[in-house]
Design a binder for this molecule. Structure first.
Ligand SMILES: Nc1ncnc2c1ncn2[C@@H]1O[C@H](COP(=O)(O)OP(=O)(O)O)[C@@H](O)[C@H]1O
Ligand code: SF4
Ligand SMILES: [Mg+2]
Length: 315
């Protein structure tokens, strides 16, 4: 049994808009990540993926629910109490152009977390190891460069090196390749895959189902602030049980002509977390909705393969 690193239960994050509307950015999310596991959190823009990761990092206000890291409840730790937790729990951002300070050399960017956490021993070795683990070898070639002297893929590797230097257990990677040139994406994804194989837990946020299908052990599909389907990647992609997942899968290009299904284009307005529909939150767009879907909110329950669950009355 691998260690349960992250356990999120019934997490809620709410914001108020300028017009005093309540936005249910995260509205009851439960998920977990074990050591050596890559879990993909998939869903369209605005469904609450980034806010979920921020809440785990305690960078977004938690209105309800619980976040546990390595068995310890961190939901109400003070920012001071969170400091040692942050050594083991690192966030990788989407945009390596924004996340690196243009005035910092690579060595300073990667050493910054060591300084913040007061780590002084084996400093040079730690820097080198982090760069090597991030695929920047030999490290001497990169240590004194500035961000403008690096490609997009190299920048993201520097950001990953900075997140590895404290030897974390869990990485939260928020769309780690979406700002990168297509030609370098696989390199970064393979790097994350290698880190997972080395025992790290990874929660990878992506809006791209084919990336999730290829790299994830498990997939969690998010819709309007909630997980509506989860399970082993092969089951969720191969035999989705929730109508929303089916619609997402139907528009992913399939190499095998026999596996192709007609693309299902979702009807209705794009969902609004300031106005969550009653009953099943997907009902205004669901092609198979019935009367009870307008009033009864379906819970996630077992459906399909072992470990697969869907929040649909008819899954
Ligand atoms: N700081 C904030 N203040 C108000 N609304 C926010 C804030 N952060 C996110 N939201 C809203 O919460 C919802 C979820 O956003 P986000 O988590 O960024 O989605 P995703 O990462 O899936 O695209 C969106 O409607 C977004 O506008
Ligand atoms: S519960 Fe009803 S509306 Fe919701 S996904 Fe299932 S069939 Fe569609
Ligand atoms: Mg996002």
């Amino acid at each position: 049994m691998s260690e349960r690193l992250l356990d999120v239960a019934d997490l809620e994050v709410r914001y108020r808009t300028a017009r005093r509307q309540q936005v249910r950015a995260v509205d009851g999310v439960s998920l977990h990540v074990d050591a050596g596991e890559l879990v993909a959190l998939v869903g369209e823009s605005g469904c609450g993926k980034t806010t979920t990761a921020q809440a785990v990092m305690r960078m977004a206000p938690i209105a309800a629910g619980r976040v546990a890291f390595r068995g310890r409840d961190i939901t109400s730790l003070s920012q001071r109490e969170m400091r040692p937790v942050r050594r083991e729990l690192q966030l990788i951002f989407q945009d390596p152009y924004e996340s690196l300070d243009p005035r910092f050399r690579v060595r300073d960017t990667v050493a910054e977390p060591l300084d913040i956490h007061g780590v002084r021993d084996r400093r040079d070795e730690r820097l080198r190891e982090a760069l090597e683990r991030a695929g920047l070898t030999p490290p001497e070639l990169y240590l004194d460069r500035f961000p403008h002297e690096l490609s997009g893929g190299q920048r993201q590797r520097v950001a990953i090196a900075a997140s590895l230097v404290l030897e974390p257990r869990l990485l939260l990677a928020d769309e780690p390749v979406s700002m990168l040139d297509v030609s370098v994406r696989a390199g970064i994804l393979n790097l994350l895959d290698g880190l997972r194989a080395g025992g790290l837990g990874i929660l990878m946020i992506t809006h791209d189902l084919s990336t999730a299908a290829h790299y994830a052990d498990r997939i969690c599909v998010m819709y309007l602030g909630r997980i509506v389907e989860e399970g082993p990647a092969a089951a969720v992609i191969g035999a989705p049980r929730h109508p929303y997942t089916r619609a997402l899968v139907s528009v992913v290009p399939q190499p095998d002509p026999d596996a192709r299904s007609a693309p299902e284009i979702l009807q209705g307005e794009t969902p609004n977390p300031a106005d969550v529909p009653t009953g099943c939150r997907f009902h205004p767009r669901c092609p198979v909705a019935q009367d009870r879907c307008r009033t009864d909110d379906p819970a996630l329950r077992d459906a399909g393969e072992p470990g697969q669950r869907a929040a649909c009355h008819y899954a």
